[in-house]
Ligand binder design. Structure first.
Ligand SMILES: [Fe+2]
Length: 525
């Protein structure tokens, strides 16, 4: 079993690398099929932009998102200055391989910095929708403005993705997606829309779940509108999994590492990420091998963007009730393990890498895109201490190492963006969360879900009062945030829809905050 799996992984790396680089693998024949249904029904996407390159994505499908055939399919791609493709700047041929679900990942290089492009794909007699992609400014460029949306948690059966229809009007440079793009569940109590299929366990299950999401026209259109930079959380595999330890939803599987590998492969196949996510840093070729999503880059002189992965390398949860897998609230007084400095949320390698990234972050805003709530949130203020052990509160020593690193390197204007809570939380990043008088190192905006339900929260007022580093919380509304950065200030606008159970929801602004450069203090704006 292990032997077989390792061969699969090796082949996967070869296919991904060759396919993204435009290297043609020896094949008996590439078909030039005539399609009975639109092979580009799942849409197009761009992502992982740098100052000179961007990834273009599509996936070819047959009827009902099933494979369009058994063989490889040649796909032509074009990048142009204009939407009519009168001024094509680059074009080429890519191969859609059945082993990668006929996905296409083209890494277009040699583009001009800080510029928008149009792109499309052609296969057989079919042409895809037109997408818009952009490069970021060159590292030495003076940049006046950067607009990013941050979004997370889009449980299909909990609602419509109408938030994305409004997000298209936000004049964004890129979308940061911070985890829970799919959920592994077979459905929900009182679903807003039905979820075909059962639990996602196999590669085919995960592929079908991503294809289901891309059948939503608003999500598809937002992918076509601008580049996305993506990371993941637990539900791309299983609720509350930790590293190679399974989580707690559904029935267990005999080989969790194989399930995780299948889930990671399907994620790769559906996201505009670089092939190096699979190939660059693989420690071994077994099914537990790493898929590298954490990354950093400069965006002109305005900002650094650091993207973290707090799920793949983490230690197991401490003291979950009943000794079970997964998360629960824990009382630190009866859980010595919680504060064990050996425990890690990012893994040792990513922690070291992050420390180096902070050391060399450079001037301007230091944007840290990660999955969850960073700041400490005592759930029983006035009655003792209790923490939810799936977020940073479950790994306090690891969080302390991050804040110590921010302080030690005098990191310029840290802005942490997160998700996972299905609630909006806004707060200050503290050197010591137990000491309100300790230094404020940066600011945090943890965004609400696109659709995923929260329990409502009758404790919200007491949690805010008992955790004074937070200045705002809201447990009701769904949507996304827009973070705008200029050399002088950043603003975060919390955008929320009326009702996720309706496909035609309106949007409004729940709250708006501003932070001046050089002064980590959140003001209402
Ligand atoms: Fe979620």
């Amino acid at each position: 079993m292990a032997e077989h799996a390792s061969i699969d992984r090796r082949r996967l790396l070869a296919w991904a690398g060759a396919s993204a680089a435009g290297v043609w693998l020896p094949r008996a024949a590439f078909g030039q099929p005539r399609f009975r249904t639109d092979p580009f029904a799942l849409g197009v996407a761009s992502g992982s932009p740098l100052h000179d390159s961007v990834v273009l994505w599509t996936r070819l499908v047959g009827a009902n998102s099933q494979p369009p055939g058994d063989g490889a399919i040649a796909v032509r791609w074009e990048v142009a200055h204009d939407e009519q493709f009168g001024r094509v700047v680059q074009s080429g041929l890519a191969q859609a391989l059945p082993e990668l679900a006929h996905s296409v990942h083209v890494e277009v290089a040699g583009l001009e910095p800080d510029r928008w492009y149009f792109y499309r794909f052609m296969a057989g007699d079919a042409t895809s929708a037109v997408g818009r992609a952009r490069t970021f400014p060159a590292p030495d460029e003076r940049v006046q403005k950067l607009r990013l949306a941050y979004a997370s948690c889009q449980r299909w059966e909990h609602g419509y993705f109408s938030a994305y229809r409004h997000m298209r009007e936000e004049s964004l440079d890129a979308v940061l997606f911070l985890g829970d793009y799919i959920y592994e569940y077979p459905g929900a109590v009182n679903p807003v829309r039905a979820t075909p299929g059962g639990w996602t366990i196999t590669l085919a299950d995960y592929r079908n779940r991503y294809a289901l999401h891309r059948s939503d026209p608003d999500l598809r259109a937002m992918h076509a509108a601008c580049p996305w930079i993506v990371t993941w959380d637990d539900h791309e595999v299983q609720n509350d999994y930790a590293g190679l330890s399974p989580g707690k939803s559904g029935l267990g599987v005999p080989d969790f590492a194989a399930r995780r590998a299948a889930a990671y492969q399907a994620f790769y196949e559906h996201m505009p990420v670089r092939a190096s996510a699979l190939t660059q840093a693989v420690r071994g070729l077994q099914t537990g091998a790493e898929t590298r999503l954490y990354s950093r880059q400069r965006i002109g002189q305005l900002a650094s963007l650091i993207v973290l992965d707090d799920r793949q390398y983490r230690d197991r949860h401490a003291c979950t009730k009943g000794g079970k897998a997964g998360s629960s609230d824990v009382d630190p007084a009866s859980c010595a393990l919680l504060n064990d400095p050996a425990r890690t949320l990012l893994g040792a390698a990513q922690e070291q890498w992050l420390d180096a990234a902070f050391q060399s972050a450079g001037p301007g805003w230091t944007i840290v895109a990660q999955q969850t709530l960073f700041g400490q949130r005592n759930l029983t203020p006035g009655r003792g201490r209790s923490f939810w052990n799936d977020g940073w509160d479950g790994y306090p020593a690891a969080r302390q190492r991050v804040t110590a690193s921010l302080a030690r390197h005098h990191v310029s204007d840290p802005v942490l963006l997160g998700g996972d809570m299905h609630e909006n939380w806004v707060g200050h990043v503290k050197a010591d969360y137990d000491k309100p008088e300790s230094a404020t190192l940066g600011v945090e905006f943890c965004g609400t879900s696109i659709t995923s339900r929260s329990d409502g929260n009758e404790h919200l007022a007491s949690w805010l009062a008992g955790n004074p580093h937070f200045v705002f919380g809201d447990a009701e509304r769904k949507g996304y945030g827009v973070a705008e950065f200029t050399p002088k200030q950043m603003t975060a606008t919390l955008r929320v829809v009326d009702d996720v159970t309706k496909p035609d929801s309106h949007i409004e602004t729940l709250a708006r905050f501003a932070v001046e450069a050089g002064r980590p203090r959140i003001e209402r704006a």
